[in-house]
Design a protein around this ligand. Structure first.
Ligand SMILES: [Cu+2]
Length: 317
């Protein structure tokens, strides 16, 4: 033993020092044991609070609105996959930065400076190729999903020609040959704000494939029902389309998502998804009130472009 080389007094001091060290290590370990349950308790309480407050389901869908069409879930899945991929890259990069900062921090013996490394070709090729591949995969997946969302090959049960106009909407029910005419929700002379009662109302049957055919009377608008988790521009002279399958009854807000002028923010509408009977009742009411025929594209400021005419539903102008 090294201690045997010293006088008795020195050995005693060393034994006391070792005992103290052991003692303080045992104290620290005990303290850690006391701390551990507290930490797990805090995490468990946080998790429970999150679930009980309803944040759990919102978090599962990446804080997107609750979907009410069949297209919703694929959009949520893609959104979650995208941000998880982005966060993983972020965590990796932040981790590497912190590790470099700690492991290669300046030390006392680094005077003036340690050897400097200027470049590393294999590493640079790696961190160029990997992000390019990741962006390519994200791009490919985006195109794939977008193609699915805009697929209109299947025959729809209900076709609605949605017409955007400053600052309201007309809805032509193409097959039923009835229409809803949106009134401007604002009295511009009096400066009154729009009220929900005056909003145009689109009624759709539940569990039904609906095709929206989008046209504009004047300027560019965008047809957006947040709970559909997709939106599409409404462009003068063009005919844009998409389909949804309604999955849930309820009343959902719709709005214009393209700045289209002074009262853009009041270009609102309401979507009511109802039972088949209620839908038929709604169509019957429109017929009874004389809203028959179509508010077609002859009312637009600009003609539908010749190469777009084929995209209009049969019988529409
Ligand atoms: Cu608009």
């Amino acid at each position: 033993m090294a201690a045997s080389r010293y006088a008795n007094g020195t050995v005693l001091v060393e034994v006391v020092t070792v005992r103290c060290a052991l003692h303080s290590r045992a104290e620290k370990a005990a303290a850690r044991q006391v701390r551990r349950p507290r930490l797990s308790l805090v995490l468990a309480s946080l998790g429970a609070a999150l679930l009980l407050s309803g944040c759990g389901t919102a978090a599962v869908r990446g804080y997107l609105p609750e979907p009410v069409t069949e297209n919703g879930q694929p959009v949520i899945d893609f959104w979650n996959a995208t941000w998880i991929a982005a966060l993983s890259v972020g965590v990796l990069v932040w981790g590497l930065i912190l590790w470099c900062m700690v492991a290669y921090r300046r030390r006392d013996e680094d005077d003036p400076l340690p050897p400097q490394v200027r470049y590393n070709v294999p590493l640079e090729i790696l961190y160029t190729v990997v992000p390019v591949l990741m962006v390519a995969v994200l791009f490919g997946k985006t195109v794939e999903l977008e193609n699915d969302l805009l697929d209109t090959d299947q025959a729809a049960d209900v076709t609605v020609n949605v017409v955007g106009k400053k600052w309201s909407w007309d809805f032509n029910y193409v097959n039923e040959d009835v229409f809803v005419a949106g009134k401007r929700p604002v009295n511009m002379d009096a400066g009154e704000r729009g009220v929900p009662d005056s909003l145009p109302r689109m009624v759709l049957p539940v569990d039904t494939r609906v095709e929206f055919v989008l046209t504009a009377r004047d300027v560019i608008h965008s047809f957006w029902v947040p709970q559909f988790l997709q939106k599409l521009d409404v462009i003068p002279g063009r005919v844009n389309k998409f389909q949804v399958v309604t999955t849930q009854e309820g009343t959902f807000n719709g709005k214009c998502a393209e700045l289209c002028g002074a009262y853009h923010s009041q270009m609102l509408f309401e979507v009511d998804v109802v039972s088949q009977e209620e839908y038929e009742q709604f169509i019957g009411d429109l017929e009874a009130s004389g809203n028959t025929g179509q508010l077609d594209n002859t009312l637009n400021l600009y003609d539908v472009q010749p190469n777009q005419v084929d995209r209009l539903p049969e019988g529409s102008n």
